[in-house]
Structure formats: C-alpha cells, structure tokens
Design a protein around this ligand. Sequence first.
Ligand code: SF4
Ligand code: SF4
Length: 195
Amino acid sequence: MNSKTEEVLRKDIRKSYNNKLIQKFINAGLEEIRACINCGTCTGSCPSGKRTALRVRSAIKKALDGDESILKDKDIWFCSTCYYCYERCPRNIPVTDMIIKLRNIAVEEGYILDNHFDLAYNVFYKTCHAISAIGENNKKWRELRESYDLPSLPPTVHSYPEAVKECQKLMREVKFKQLLDKIKKKKKKDNKNIK
Ligand code: SF4
Ligand code: SF4
C-alpha cells in the first residue's frame, strides 16, 4: 500500500470514529460496532426483515458511516428484539443493543412514531401504566371484573392517585417528561410545515 493510500484510509477511519453517531455508540459501550465486516449474517437471520423493510446490516452500515438519516427511518422500529442477529454475528457485535441504542438516539432527536409517542405521552405519563385500564375503551373490561365481584381496577398505580403523582415526579426528575414535551413541540412544528 503506498503512503498516499494509507493517508487517505487513516483520514477516513479518523472521520468515522469522530462522527457524532458512532461516538454515541462508543460512549454507550458499544464500540464493537467498529468491527463489523458487513457480512450480512444479521440481515439473513432477521425474522422481522423477512416481513418488513428492516435490513439490519444496512442500518448498522449507515450508523457506522454517521448517516443520520437512519434516525428518521421507520424500519428501525420493526425490530422485535429477538436477538437472533446478536447470537449469530461472527464479530460478536451486540446488534440488538445497537438497534435499541439507535432508537434511543432517534427519540432524543425527536424522531418517534406517532403511536409510540401517543402511548408514552397519553398513556404512560398520564396513567403510569404502559397499558392503561382506565378510559372509556376499557369500560367493558372493568364491568367484567365487577361481575366477578372484583374491584373494577386492580390494586396497581391506577388505584392510588398519590402513587401516580410520585411516578410522574420521577419521570420529570429523569427528564422523561421534558423529552416528551420537546418531541411534542417538534411534531407540532413538523406538521405545520407539511403543506
Ligand atoms: S452479522 Fe455482524 S459483522 Fe456481519 S454485518 Fe451484521 S453486524 Fe456486521
Ligand atoms: S433482534 Fe431485531 S434486528 Fe436482530 S434478528 Fe431480531 S428482529 Fe432482526
């Protein structure tokens, strides 16, 4: 290899190590991403990829290249976290953890599917349950419980308004609520810009 080629390669490697996206993986302890040899075993093993447009090798390649368009890509949300790719990767790259990290970064940047946002904001934050038992939609279920002489709500957070407040306080302390507010603002702005 001549010195010119070596210099170009070194520059490219430096560039990819320094880009914001890969730096976030390294900071999260996922630096094995740099060992990817693009063999495609992860894509070939992926059951979600057989039914959706998710191509996990290509998602990793984009992350490695620092291509931030991957954060807006709906496909990263099709991973079912089954860990097949993780188990089969010949370079021991924690592929599933990377997909989860990609999603985390995407959400930090305000990219989240509407349904997920709705669940986080209108269900999880408001009721402190991932699946809420309150609300008109669950009326039949509550009536069914009562028909068996059970209280309409099980003795979980729903039944204790003080506990709901505590959970919400916790979500504010860890800045989860602030993140949701930021995303809400962004979504409003993006929708306004759609003509
Ligand atoms: S299986 Fe591992 S080495 Fe192969 S493309 Fe996927 S992440 Fe890269
Ligand atoms: S963990 Fe996700 S990306 Fe990996 S094989 Fe399963 S569905 Fe596909």
